[in-house]
Design a protein around this ligand. Structure first.
Ligand code: BES
Ligand code: ZN
Ligand code: ZN
Length: 493
């Protein structure tokens, strides 16, 4: 989709579908068209109960002076600043859906009102690009892609200023798309080797800014990654420990580490999942996908911070070699873990990945993991659970998430729950002694490996994989959740 911003009027556009934002309780829309047409539209809108509220849309014929096929009115509700950007994204998602359904391939949207600052172009462009996505490797998409989107600004200066926001959206959504494709690809193909190959593609395309190191089973054994290797021991596919490092071309003293859970399929291991729960478990590498999608943006964005990306990729499978409940393993930092449920495997892989990341002296660590079903119970399918040992860092990630349009909510790392992961015969047990608060005890488990480094843990089990659409612009399947937040975060780190 080619996105442009120009100074222009809606009814003069050559696009097939023209889109007009309508604010609730406002009557100043459609100022540029013929008065008779305007009155007809207002009457029609009233009779169809279109009042300009968020989520409302109305597809109409176009006035005589327009060459467009259809006019789409989109409700924006009240124009408060907090809701405006998400309103724009939501509305653009609807607009793209409408265009696709009607086979219209060129669109124009008017953002001339004074409420639309140049930043609006980022929200509009990213929602449009996200909404146009389809995973078509195995089934051709029903609808063609949109060819063009024209953003019509009120004046030339605003149009000019919008261009850098469009470019930013294009780069970021390209990264989100990398993550979505990886998550949607079935586990039969999306093996640890496939993940490391994806990392290699990203490193190769970076013009020397990103280096890649991949450790195999033997190399991980040398580094005594007993927790990670315990998960990998039951799988026929070779584990791949992936380390990407981006070196900023601009001078910087800051280092960030992002760690992604990369379980390419989670059967539960010997603590086998029920059939229902296993159906979506190709998504258990969504944290890794977010890290890779994020790295895919770095060569273009060139943020002023050095970044390590760490993924301990493996399957969690059932075989004669699988780890057993009751087995005790030693993690890379020397701590012993009694494994009482082989389905709590993510924290084992993350433990060794974080120990590895610490060796590179990051100022902060962010991990992303589809870690607990309990997080989906607590926050639902759309919201990530954020846990942190550093309030300030947590706030920065939360505010990046708001700007990016991804939903996150802080959950506590309650010190009193720490004793729930004490084992009688090892340093830790991998599941708590209580059935309750499973997201928090998983977070507390990971905290045992961060050695007081500033750290944010994102449990993305809900929004990483949408079993129903997350919004008008994020369809079912892999969402690439996390990529947009990481980019916003790193741009202000
Ligand atoms: N990968 C799952 C968590 C998950 C569940 C992700 C639903 C996405 C959607 C994780 O490895 C797991 O199985 N966790 C267990 C932990 C339990 C054994 C303490 C869970 O949530 O049931
Ligand atoms: Zn599991
Ligand atoms: Zn898992």
């Amino acid at each position: 989709m080619k996105i442009t911003a120009i100074k222009g009027k809606l009814f003069a556009s050559q696009a097939e579908l023209i889109v007009l934002p309508v604010f609730g309780n406002s009557t100043v829309w459609m100022n540029d068209c013929d008065e008779v047409f305007k009155q007809r539209v207002i009457k029609l809108a009233q009779s169809l109960d279109f009042t300009g509220q968020v989520g409302q849309s109305l597809c109409l014929e176009t006035p005589a002076e327009s060459s467009a096929h259809e006019l789409l009115l989109l409700g924006f509700g009240d124009k408060t600043n907090e809701t405006l950007m998400e309103g724009l994204r939501e509305a653009m998602g609807l607009a793209i859906q409408t265009a696709k359904r009607r086979g219209l391939r060129s669109m124009a949207v008017e953002l001339s009102a004074t409420v639309f600052k140049p930043e609006s172009a980022e929200a509009v462009s990213s929602a449009a690009l996200l909404a146009d996505y389809s995973f078509s490797t195995y089934k051709k998409s029903h609808y063609p892609k949109i060819d063009s989107l024209e953003i019509l600004a009120g004046d030339g200066k605003t149009a000019q200023a919008m261009r850098k926001y469009i470019e930013q959206a294009e780069i970021v959504v390209a990264g989100v798309t990398v993550a979505r494709d990886l998550v949607n690809t079935p586990a039969q193909e999306m093996t640890p080797k496939h993940l490391s190959a994806a990392a290699q593609t990203i490193a190769k395309a970076s013009g020397g800014l990103i280096a890649l190191k991949v450790l195999d089973r033997a190399a991980c054994t040398k580094l005594k990654m007993g927790a990670y290797l315990a998960v990998a021991q039951g799988a026929d596919h070779e584990p791949q420990f992936i380390h990407l490092s981006y070196t900023s071309p601009r001078p910087t003293k800051k280092t960030l580490a992002v760690v992604g859970k990369g379980v390419t399929f989670d059967s539960g291991g010997l603590s086998l999942k029920p059939a229902e729960a296993m159906m979506t478990m190709k998504c258990d590498m969504a944290g890794a996908a977010a890290v890779l999608g994020f790295f895919a943006t770095l060569a273009a964005l060139k943020p002023r911070v050095n970044i390590h990306g760490v993924i301990a990729a493996t399957e969690n499978m059932v075989s004669g070699k699988s780890i057993r409940p009751g087995d005790i393993v030693r993690a890379a930092n020397g701590k012993t873990v009694e494994i009482l449920n082989t389905d709590a495997e993510g924290r084992l892989t993350l433990a060794d990945a974080i120990t590895y990341a610490l060796k590179h002296q990051p100022d902060a660590i962010i991990d992303l993991a589809t870690l607990t079903g309990a997080c989906v119970v607590a926050l639902g399918e759309e919201i990530t659970g954020l846990m942190t040992n550093d309030k300030k860092l947590g706030q920065k990630v939360l505010s990046a998430a708001v700007q990016a349009g991804e939903k996150m909510w802080e959950l506590p790392l309650e010190p009193r729950y720490r004793e729930l992961i004490n084992s009688d015969i090892a340093d830790l047990r991998n599941i708590a002694t209580s059935r309750y608060g499973g997201t928090l005890t998983a977070g507390l488990f990971i905290q045992e490996f961060v050695e007081n480094k500033s750290w944010v843990h994102l449990d993305i089990a809900g929004p990483a994989f949408a079993e129903r659409p997350l919004s008008s612009y994020l369809a079912k399947g892999g969402t690439g959740h996390g990529v947009r937040t990481l980019v916003k975060f790193v741009q202000s780190f």
